[in-house]
Ligand binder design. Sequence first.
Ligand code: S3P
Length: 428
Amino acid sequence: MLIKPIKRIRRSITVPGDKSISHRAIMLSSIAEGESKIHNFLMGDDCLNTIECFRKMQVPIEIAGNEIRVKGIGLNGLKKPDTILDVGNSGTTIRLMCGILAGQNFDCKITGDDSIQNRPMDRIIIPLRQMGSIIDSVKKEGYAPLKIQGSKLTAINYNMPVASAQVKSAILLASIYADGTTSILEIQKSRDHTERMLNYMGANIRQDGLSIFSNPPDRLYAREIYVPGDISSAAFFLVLGAIVRDAEILIENVGLNSTRTGIIDVLKLMGANIKISNKRILNGEPVGDIYITDSDLKGIEIGGNIIPRLIDEIPIIAVVAAFAEGVTIIRNAEELKVKESNRIKAIVTELKKIGAHIEETDDGMIVYGKKSLRGGTVESYNDHRIAMALSIAGLLSEEGVVIDNPYCVDISFPNFFDILDRMMKNGR
Ligand code: S3P
């Protein structure tokens, strides 16, 4: 895929539905009672895999355009799947589903692609076993494929060793099936979409600072869910708008949950002009429009509690840092090493190839901003966010960028290259 440099950009766009919220909408609607309608669902590969997994457990799910109808079969209505559940590349699907599967009255196996089979699952196995789940690795201890024997669960008090919404959500979903009050203490606040959607559907979740308390509900109720645009997808165009000369970009209908808006804070700290308008709440989630124009950016230090609020945006932050004046240091981001690829190594290696002055560190990176990138040939590591960050680098580069294996963008942003194509043709 050849990405050519652009000189101007002035346009209004929408980005596809939020990936995290789309997954949760399918999972919770499946175990609710009645028909849920999900609007603006993300038709990306990861979320389609979540649909397939629930269909294998006999949940009727209908796809009509980008609206989904789920006929929920109740908390105890899922049926034992005939074959192994396959999540493809989706960490959210496997980790959250293990929480649900732990409380069923059947056993099953769940796995995913090579990347999934090399991502740590002990982080969910440990708390789920404490709740009484019988969950084992089929091949290598602590990794997928996993075998889960549904069992009777009991509530636990769990202090999370990592900041991870996937781990927190696995425990919360198991807590629906557990006797007693489950409490979780986070080390840093991670995205809280599960908490919000559970409550929207009638569950009893209470958040108090870094603590979360969950009492099992009698049932969940089907609801209408409007999935906001994914701020993690919007991030790529925010960076474009912050850098291209005389740029003006409006991104409408974006999720603005404060557990996800670290990218806006970082861009503002770097000096970006960002305005938020049309703020509202949709099914318990804050949503609004983001307007950005270009400005002179400067390097900053990023670390500590903001990291979980921008964890998926670090590859594109590395790109914006390359165009800033001065040094940007990213710390405390070790979790990036266990994403779809080792994202620290991937982005540092590839940005170097196209002319960035950037160094890998144990827990992040140091970027020496030069306000320009030359261009060249790079690879995506089959990781959607790496492919998209490098594509934006291509639009901003002097000579363009050729990306090897670009179609992994379908995981979270199927029309990404269509938008880029139009931008390359006429800046709109
Ligand atoms: C997600 C949580 C994050 C994030 C991932 C989606 C979720 O992962 O990186 O893309 O939907 O809960 P961790 O929980 O592993 O940090």
